[in-house]
Design a protein around this ligand. Structure first.
Ligand SMILES: [Zn+2]
Length: 492
């Protein structure tokens, strides 16, 4: 009799664990895998119950208070689901293409999208780094203002996603790089923040367990990301907002099978690698790098771009034509245009700062339109706010005369000459740019007459003073605990 009651008590505790895990698990997974993920917890309760009952097999009723204690423990985690207000507004989709240069965006699917929306041909980012640039998109602020100035920092400003969610939007983010995982604070306002996947790039049946164990690779292939995003989109009642992040173009350039360069180019890439003599010195390596390296790397990069373009097409085929769509890059990529400046993060030249931006906004923006006015990635939040019909004070499309940009000099590729990374700040105007390092020397470039930024012009005035002030009092990264404390105090 005692054993029967104890067994029922453990089953009850297990059922409670399942129901509460369903409502409380971190939103790393879609609705389908959430159930599997939640099943881990009742299984653990039943294993515990079996162990307790084996130990107390002579007095089985002793297990009953233990089962009750476990059930009460789980019950304390219960939180009622919040009701969402009704909000009649269009569905929104933000697609961020990591590391895509503005001059690489003439691919078939992007051109097709551009034909149904407006292209912003003078769009720039606020940082040549993934997390800081995405934080600018979601907060409408430049990095020194939102506080996430380096990958690994925490954002310290309100995200447009929180506002959309409060208004009644269903919100989900589908990420492809660990750089954007939830410790950045960019998950604020998302019902679902899919930043966990298995080592093979799949989302996995137990994403919550993967998250607990810290398993999974640093990036996942875009087709897995797109597949998960479209499954959520189809299963969710509107109004919906989805952010889909595609990381394939980012280095290392390894196009999937069937998308790589043609056989002739592949062979050339191999031959180049083989015929390259070992550099005699770091300086020689640096000096010969651009010509030796750029062509083969560009070929691989272009193949990754073709693959990514195909993924954008898949996404667009899976959503309704009336959906408001923003396609933008977080930053571009250097191919040796300036000394050893490959990849991104260490300078603020146009190859990394000029980004593609296409906005499809039916009934608002002209189809096939082109706007040459200066626009920054900060406009993403403004577009989402206006299209989503929520109050917001950040900049919109082409509403600012200047764009502030910043980098701490962080890069995955170390400087060839071993130079220490140096913080840089810049102010971009429509046709010119001022860049300044910590030495306080201003370098101005006229982008109309000198698009390759080869000739430094003298700079004076308010912009120079503003950049000097920024370097004199550099933005200090908030550590996560400090950010949490400020949040608890209601600061952001
Ligand atoms: Zn990036």
């Amino acid at each position: 009799m005692g054993l029967l009651v104890a067994a029922l008590a453990w089953l009850g505790a297990a059922a409670l664990a399942f129901v509460i895990a369903l409502t409380r698990l971190p939103a790393t997974s879609g609705p389908d895998t959430l159930v599997w993920d939640a099943l881990v917890w009742p299984a653990l309760v039943l294993v515990l119950g079996a162990v307790v009952q084996v130990i107390s097999r002579r007095r089985p009723a002793r297990g009953i208070p233990m089962a009750a204690a476990v059930a009460i423990g789980w019950a304390t985690l219960y939180q009622p689901a919040e009701a969402r207000p009704d909000h009649a507004a269009p569905d929104l989709m933000l697609v961020t293409l990591d590391t895509v240069r503005a001059d690489q965006a003439g691919t078939p699917e992007l051109l097709e999208l551009a034909a149904t929306g407006t292209t912003y041909s003078n769009a720039v980012t606020t940082a040549p780094l993934t997390a800081p640039a995405h934080a600018s998109m979601l907060t409408g602020l430049a990095p020194p203002e939102h506080g996430l100035t380096a990958n690994g920092d925490v954002v310290a400003a309100t995200s447009i996603v929180e506002v959309l969610s409060d208004a009644g939007y269903r919100t989900a983010a589908f990420l492809s790089s660990k750089v954007l995982e939830r410790h950045t604070g960019l998950d604020a306002g998302f019902d679902l923040y899919a930043d966990v996947w298995t080592r093979r790039g799949r989302q996995g049946v137990f994403p919550g367990v993967h998250a607990l164990l810290g398993a999974g690779g640093g990036e996942r292939r875009g087709d897995h990301t797109v597949e998960q995003a479209l499954a959520w989109w189809a299963a969710t009642e509107g109004p919906r907002f989805a952010w889909v992040h595609l990381y394939d173009v980012h280095a290392p350039y390894a196009p999937p099978e069937g998308w790589g360069p043609d056989e002739e180019t592949r062979q050339r890439v191999k031959d180049e690698a083989r015929s390259t003599p070992a550099p005699a010195s770091g300086r020689e390596w640096m000096e010969t790098l651009p010509t030796r390296h750029a062509a083969s790397q560009k070929a691989l990069y272009a193949s990754e771009m073709a693959w990514t373009d195909h993924l954008v097409g898949r996404l667009m085929d899976g959503i309704e034509p009336e959906t408001v769509v923003i396609v933008v890059a977080d930053h571009g990529e250097g191919f040796g245009e300036h000394d050893d400046a490959f990849e991104h993060g260490r300078n603020l030249f146009e190859p990394v700062m000029h980004v593609p931006l296409i906005v499809r906004w039916p009934g608002k923006l002209p189809r096939g339109g082109e706007d040459e006015r200066l626009t920054s990635v900060q406009a993403v939040a403004g577009v989402l706010a206006e299209a989503g019909d929520v109050a917001w004070t950040g900049p919109g499309l082409a509403t600012s005369d200047t764009v502030l940009a910043y980098t701490p000099g962080q890069s995955s590729r170390p400087a060839m000459d071993g130079a220490e990374p140096e913080p840089l700040a810049s102010i971009r105007h429509a046709t010119s740019k001022i860049v300044m390092g910590v030495d306080g020397e201003a370098q101005r470039y006229d982008l109309m007459t000198d698009p390759d930024e080869e000739t430094v012009i003298e700079a004076r005035g308010a912009d120079v003073e503003r950049l000097r002030a920024l370097h004199a009092d550099p933005p200090e990264p908030l550590d996560e605990r400090a950010a949490k404390r400020l949040e608890a105090l209601g600061y952001f």
